[in-house]
Design a protein around this ligand. Structure first.
Ligand code: AMP
Length: 116
């Protein structure tokens, strides 16, 4: 069950601040507090969903579409399309997920080797 007190839920409710990169009606992108690369941005949808599978299976198609369009927009905004980047979504214990709100890591700005 979705934990309303997870840190990203608090960020979405503006109970704690974030270093915002981009926001629209459906999603929020912000810098990771503990960056694992020169560029490390997290993207989250503004709905209650725990992980990638929940997001894709329980969410309205329009919201899924808008989220991935915004992700691509942020990739363009970060100017990393040409040099490349890594997208990661950790899920569950084996995936090493720490925050139980679906999120995508955007890692870039240097060669990404064996992290996150
Ligand atoms: P994951 O292991 O995929 O669940 O990743 C959670 C990520 O959230 C980690 O990279 C943390 O550094 C990051 N994180 C935790 N708290 C915050 C916060 N308040 N603001 C920004 N990033 C955070």
């Amino acid at each position: 069950m979705y934990d309303n007190n997870n840190i990203f839920a608090k960020i979405l409710r503006k109970e704690i601040p974030c270093d915002k990169v981009y926001e629209d009606e459906f999603s929020l992108f912000f810098n990771d507090i503990n960056p694992q690369a020169k560029i490390h941005v997290l993207g989250i949808p503004k709905i209650k969903c725990e992980n990638f599978s929940d997001f894709v299976s329980k969410t309205d198609d329009k919201i899924i579409n808008e989220f991935f369009k915004s992700l691509n927009l942020v990739i363009n905004k970060l100017n990393i399309k040409e040099k490349g980047y890594r997208l990661v979504s950790n899920t569950g214990d084996d995936g090493g997920q720490e925050v139980p709100h679906f999120h995508i890591h955007i890692l870039a700005g240097e060669k990404i080797v064996g992290i996150k």
